[in-house]
Design a protein around this ligand. Structure first.
Ligand SMILES: [Zn+2]
Length: 311
């Protein structure tokens, strides 16, 4: 699942490619990927041809004027239209487990890997997992691919954005000035028995940290993922707090971690996976001390850690 560095990498890729482009068509091949309005999108949903048609009607004719991000939600800002037609709109995109957004210039035959595995085949877009295609007036295309089909594209009027529950509930971004070590500790004190890994992964505490980066942050903070919050002292919290930007900025610089099926907007891979210290390295040796990397189950997720480097 893409986390903050991956989603921000995609945002930057979209910003470079689709801003200023006018939508002339939207081909919805799998209607359940599409929704309209601020209501929460469930993981279990039905295909509605009516919704897909309405989505297309509303989106066509608009220009893309901005691409922003809040936590793991991408927000594609569409221009307003003359009086009588729909006003300013935003397309909220959540990639969930396996969503991808790939851009292709006019006439460009783009072939991308389905999975980021050595033996994964490359397929020319659109392929069987391409569910939505935006067509722009200059002949370029934006493809939304999603194997697991949990992701969504939700069209919301700008005036309704405040009613989107996920957006209202997200905790601060890691670089927000509201995210202080004091805030971090105050939140931790309300749930003393929770593990630090689960705490870091809670989007209401801080936005955009999932399984990969919680493991990496805790490695650099020298704290084991299963440690419960009440066992941590000020020095521990400070170390974790400092590791958050260190890890996320490093990952962003590398274009994210291509594990599973994350690819950048141009179809290329992120490189942070090559420097992971613990995530995905169970049974391998620690790059620093040589000890074998261990794993621990925490609330349905698995944390990896070095038993020597982390206390
Ligand atoms: Zn170690």
């Amino acid at each position: 699942m893409p986390e903050l560095p991956e989603v921000e990498t995609i945002r930057r890729g979209l910003e470079k490619t689709i801003i200023g482009k006018k939508i002339v068509d939207v081909e919805v091949r799998l209607p359940k990927i599409i929704s309209i309005g601020p209501a929460v999108v469930s993981n279990i949903r039905k295909n509605s041809a009516v919704t897909a048609k309405k989505f297309r009607t509303l989106a066509v004719g608009h220009k893309i004027i901005g691409v922003s991000r809040r936590a793991k939600m991408l927000m594609i800002d569409l221009s307003g239209l003359p009086a009588g037609r729909q006003g300013p709109l935003t397309i909220l995109v959540h990639l969930k487990m396996t969503g991808q957004m790939i851009f292709a210039k006019k006439g460009e035959k783009k072939a991308v890997k389905i999975f980021n595995a050595l033996n994964s085949r490359r397929e020319t877009l659109p392929h069987q997992y391409t569910h939505v295609i935006f067509k722009f007036s200059d002949g370029s295309h934006l493809y939304y691919n999603d194997i697991r089909q949990f992701g969504y594209l939700r069209l919301v009027r700008d005036q309704d954005l405040e009613h989107v529950r996920e957006l209202a509930e997200y905790g601060p971004e890691p670089d927000d000035k509201k995210f202080t070590v004091q805030y971090f500790m105050d939140k931790a004190m309300t749930r003393p028995k929770l593990s630090i890994k689960q705490f870091l992964m809670d989007p209401k505490i801080v936005a955009g940290i999932g399984n990969i980066y919680s493991d990496e942050i805790l490695y650099w903070a020298k704290i084991r993922p299963a440690r419960v919050l009440r066992s941590l002292d000020l020095a521990d919290f400070s170390a974790i707090y400092r590791a958050v930007p260190k890890v996320l900025k490093g990952a962003l610089k590398a274009g994210g971690s291509s594990v599973g099926d994350f690819f950048r907007v141009d179809g290329s891979e992120g490189h942070y996976g090559r420097v992971h210290m613990v995530y995905g390295r169970y049974g391998e040796n620690c790059r620093v001390c040589g000890e074998e990397i261990m794993r621990v189950k925490l609330g349905g997720r698995t944390g990896s850690y070095c038993p020597h480097c982390q206390k």
